[in-house]
Design a protein around this ligand. Structure first.
Ligand code: DAH
Length: 339
């Protein structure tokens, strides 16, 4: 019996060494160690032996079983290692090949300018506020002191959705929404898209961007307005830029003004860039009309404020010397890659 067990051990060892695949080695495990395997068969006959022999044979079978088990595990590891090695030999990596570079997007010129504008106003303590692009007639016109049939409505060709709902023609409506919700002190700017049914050309588009500004507090005066806007313009265009305030009219401010900067092209002499005027208009502003304050529940005896509205495209065109605003919307990468 001892010889028979030794024989099993030796053939098992030979066969395990000769296997080349994981499947073959699994079959050997079944052949020797499985329920119907050769070692199990011997254990089943153990009853035939004398009490002296039983423990000796039992121990021998266990030793051989451990040995075969160990050899099979070692064989599996060897086969797996060699499969991996073959794979690695096949997959050569050429570290000298050039990498694949993906081109990364960047900011649109309008966003570059907008971020600069925000930064300047945040530095002066302003909040950034947003408002809806689909507005009620009330916020876009009525509360801004432009009742129905007011002539100033004609200057802003409006896309109406229904009688009272429209695409906002200006960001000034965010002034009203802000004052309705917040008691002074208020210091905010509100950038966003506005819509007018204009025919598209080099200086007009049915969609463009404005930045509204509003300050309301105790004792705010026209000189606060001048100081704030001059600081803004000099931060944007350089300390040497020359600014002028010109009287104007807006229904929601009194007094009102337009602000021009001296032309960068000709320094006031007159050139193609400024249409020979020497000055370029960049924003509208004024002291918030008492009626507008009243419409929002703010007591104009206690508080006063100023407001302004800037066209984003216009300041971006000035900054980059672009003479056709359509370039901003066409998404031509040859244009966009220059910023
Ligand atoms: N809403 C004006 C426009 O669309 C711009 C403007 C002018 C805004 C004067 C203001 C302001 O807040 O006070 O042309």
């Amino acid at each position: 019996m001892k010889n028979q067990i030794e024989k099993i051990k030796n053939t098992a060892q030979k066969e395990i060494l000769a296997t080349k695949t994981l499947k073959d080695i699994e079959n050997l495990r079944i052949k020797y160690l499985g329920k119907k395997g050769e070692l199990t068969a011997i254990l089943k006959q153990i009853g035939k032996f004398s009490d002296n022999e039983k423990p000796i044979i039992g121990q021998l079978v266990n030793e051989v079983r451990d040995f075969i088990n160990y050899s099979i595990e070692a064989g599996i590891k060897e086969i797996k290692d060699s499969i991996l090695e073959q794979k690695l030999n096949k997959e050569k990596i050429d570290v000298t090949l050039p990498g694949i570079y993906r081109s990364i997007g960047h900011k649109h010129p309008l966003n570059i300018v907008l971020d600069d504008v925000k930064e300047i106003f945040i530095g002066m303590g302003f909040d950034i506020v947003e408002g809806p692009e689909i507005e009620n007639d009330y916020y876009n016109f009525e509360a801004l002191n432009m009742p129905k049939y007011h002539p100033a409505r004609d200057t802003q060709d409006t896309f109406y959705i229904s009688e009272n709902i429209l695409l906002r023609t200006q960001t000034s409506c965010v002034q009203i929404r802000t004052m309705e919700k917040t008691q002074p002190p208020i210091r905010m700017i509100s950038p966003g898209r506005v819509y007018r049914s204009d025919t598209i050309d080099a200086t007009h588009s049915p969609l463009f961007n404005q930045i509204e500004g509003l300050v309301v507090d105790n004792g705010v005066t026209f000189s606060d307005l001048k100081g704030t806007l001059e600081t803004f313009i000099q931060a944007l265009y350089g300390l040497d830029s020359v600014v002028r305030f010109r009287p104007h009219h807006f229904p929601y401010t009194e007094p009102s003004a337009e602000v021009d900067v001296q032309c960068f092209g000709c320094h006031g002499k007159g050139c193609r860039l400024c249409k020979n005027e020497g000055w370029i208009e960049i924003l509208g502003c004024g002291m918030v009309h008492p009626t507008v304050l009243k419409n929002c529940g703010i007591d104009s005896e206690i508080y006063s404020g100023f407001a302004f509205g800037v066209g984003l495209e216009r300041i971006a065109m000035r900054r980059y010397n672009i003479d056709d605003m359509r370039l901003f919307y066409e998404n031509d990468v040859r244009f966009l890659n220059q910023f």
